[in-house]
Design a protein around this ligand. Structure first.
Ligand SMILES: O=P(O)(O)OC[C@H]1O[C@@H](O)[C@H](O)[C@@H](O)[C@@H]1O
Ligand SMILES: [Mg+2]
Length: 238
């Protein structure tokens, strides 16, 4: 019996830190809020917030308070989350196509030429605005609205919704992420996970590239078919 890796039919991308380096603006905006609240915040702490939605990120920051943030009312939390978002929106106001990360637009072209579908699975409620500012919105066949998703990353829901929106089985999708929570979400959805960044942080990915300039359809296809070969030999006992 042989297992044939089904063909790749779609790519589903995260936005922040994959298509554009807005991860640095999220960091700055959270850092400003944490400083105002007198709570510690550094790059290592920020790593845990990547891929995580706005309110869950705030909860993690507030969990450093003496009472774990339990005394803070919902209204207060909403006020702080909105404050962080307005700082973030000022920081991204001037983002334009010059801030698309290296290799990303070339990859989009390659995918379109190969007639593969493209989806977006970003936790950010600012994602669509950014795609417009970057002038890449037209490449996308499906953009999942994160407000419609019950469970954020690391749950697989947003990647599964993107696959449904694209009409493609998850096993034929490649997910691309820069966050540990995002890689967990892709794997939980039963997709092939490509990590962008530090291989020790993204150790659960099927393949990791150090930066987006190394993301090409040819190299991803080569890794993907190796996984198919491994599955075949596991079944055949060779
Ligand atoms: O606050 P927004 O724009 O809705 O973004 C939510 C989250 O979106 C993710 O893409 C980012 O990695 C997180 O850092 C961010 O908190
Ligand atoms: Mg990201």
């Amino acid at each position: 019996m042989t297992i044939q890796a089904s063909a790749i039919q779609a790519f589903i991308f995260d936005l922040d830190g994959v298509i554009t380096d807005t991860a640095k603006y999220h960091y700055k905006a959270w850092k400003q809020l944490a400083d105002e609240l007198g709570l510690p915040f550094d790059h290592a702490f920020n790593e845990q917030l990547k891929g995580i939605d706005r309110m869950a990120s705030l909860e993690k920051i507030l969990s450093q308070m003496e009472d774990g943030g339990r005394s803070i009312s919902i209204q207060q939390k909403e006020h702080w989350a909105a404050h962080k978002n307005s700082v973030y929106q000022q920081l991204i106001e001037a983002v334009d196509e010059s801030e698309i990360l290296p290799g990303i637009e070339a990859l989009f072209h390659e995918l379109k030429e190969a007639q593969l579908r493209i989806g977006l699975a970003s936790a950010s409620r600012n994602a669509e605005t950014l795609l417009k500012q970057l002038k890449v919105e037209a490449y996308f066949d499906c953009i999942v609205d994160p407000a419609s998703i019950a469970n954020g990353k690391p749950a697989p829901d947003i990647f599964l919704a993107a696959a449904r929106g694209l009409g493609v089985h998850p096993s034929s999708c490649i997910g691309v992420e820069d966050a540990e929570a995002g890689i967990q979400a892709i794997k939980g959805a039963g997709m092939y996970a490509v990590g962008v960044g530090d291989a020790s942080i993204l150790s659960k990915a099927d393949m990791v590239v150090p930066d987006t300039s190394k993301l090409t359809l040819t190299s991803i296809k080569a890794h993907w078919s190796q996984v198919g070969e491994v599955k075949k030999s596991a079944v055949q006992g060779v």
